[in-house]
Ligand binder design. Structure first.
Ligand code: NAP
Length: 262
């Protein structure tokens, strides 16, 4: 039986970077957590760190490869007995390289994780929680989901999907007066393991690669500001790296009945 007095925040990709920092930030807000990633040791270290901050909190570890859709469905079902107040789809990775040269195994995994897993979780969460007060789904996208970055075309395309899907979901939920709200965070360069993974290297120097970047802790603070607001988008300005909250960025056709017969 679901105990709705005890609430949880789910964070995918919580073993490093933005997801890890977000887990700490939500723990400081006294939120019980369900943290998901493939590296169990990293999640165990996170759990220990949270126990040092607040031993009363519950941290549930779920080790899962989210690039396989069967795992994604199975994991959502396993969480049926938890009341999930907030669902944060953060797990994702990038790839630098031209389309002609890209490694298709890596790219297919990226499409499964960045697009498929996020869509499955968003759909199942919306279906179950759209009429529950105070619930939120926050998808982590990228500024590269509003501007195409050279040498990162396929990654950007996955994040254009995340932005379009989440902005569209937010419109849809408002139209049906759902209690669930959908939001999207669009970071620019942030110092995490992203650079290593996108470039297939073991070390990556953000100071050498970027004039400006944020830390994962700063990004988690922006995420909290988005969480606290009634806006749909938390966006980093790529020129001055300022953070702003917006209602929408993509054009929206508005009235769905405009040119539809039924
Ligand atoms: N850093 C940036 O500059 C930047 C900019 C814009 C957007 N973003 C977005 O921010 C999000 C977080 O990335 P990050 O920068 O924090 O990078 P990160 O440090 O590499 O973190 C990525 C997280 O995703 C998890 N993950 C990767 N593959 C997975 C899989 N198959 N199944 C389950 N979990 C998986 C990783 O955990 P395991 O390896 O343990 O599975 C890790 O916890 C991503 O969606 C990324 O696209 C990052």
């Amino acid at each position: 039986m679901q105990n709705i007095d005890k609430k949880y925040t789910v964070i995918t990709g919580a073993s490093s970077g933005i997801g890890y920092a977000t887990a700490i930030a939500f723990a400081k807000r006294n939120k019980n957590l369900i943290v998901i990633a493939r590296r169990e040791e990293q999640l165990a270290l996170l759990k220990q760190k949270i126990a040092d901050i607040n031993p009363q909190l519950e941290v549930v570890i779920k080790v899962c490869d989210l690039s396989k859709s069967t795992n994604v469905h199975a994991l959502f079902n396993q969480l049926d007995n938890y009341f999930i107040e907030t669902w944060i789809n953060n797990a994702g990775f990038g790839n630098y390289g031209s389309v002609g040269d890209q490694d298709l195994d890596k790219i297919e995994t990226m499409l499964h994780l960045n697009i498929e897993a996020l869509t499955i979780f968003s759909t199942l969460y919306t279906r179950k929680y759209q009429n529950q007060s105070g619930t939120q789904i926050i998808n982590i996208s990228s500024r590269g989901g509003y501007t195409i970055v050279p040498n990162a075309v396929t990654y950007c395309a996955t994040k254009f999907y995340v932005n379009a899907f989440t902005e569209g979901l937010a419109h849809e939920l408002k139209q049906i007066k759902a209690k669930l709200t959908a939001k999207v965070l669009a970071p620019a360069a942030t110092q995490t393991e992203f650079g290593q993974k996108a470039n297939n290297v073991t070390e990556y120097d953000y100071d050498k690669s970027f004039a400006k970047y944020h830390t994962a802790d700063q990004m988690a603070e922006f995420l909290l500001a988005l969480y606290d607001s009634d806006k749909t988008i938390g966006e980093i300005n790529t020129k001055d790296f300022s953070f702003s909250l917006k209602d929408s960025i993509f054009p929206y056709s508005g009235d769905p009945k405009q040119n539809q017969k039924s």
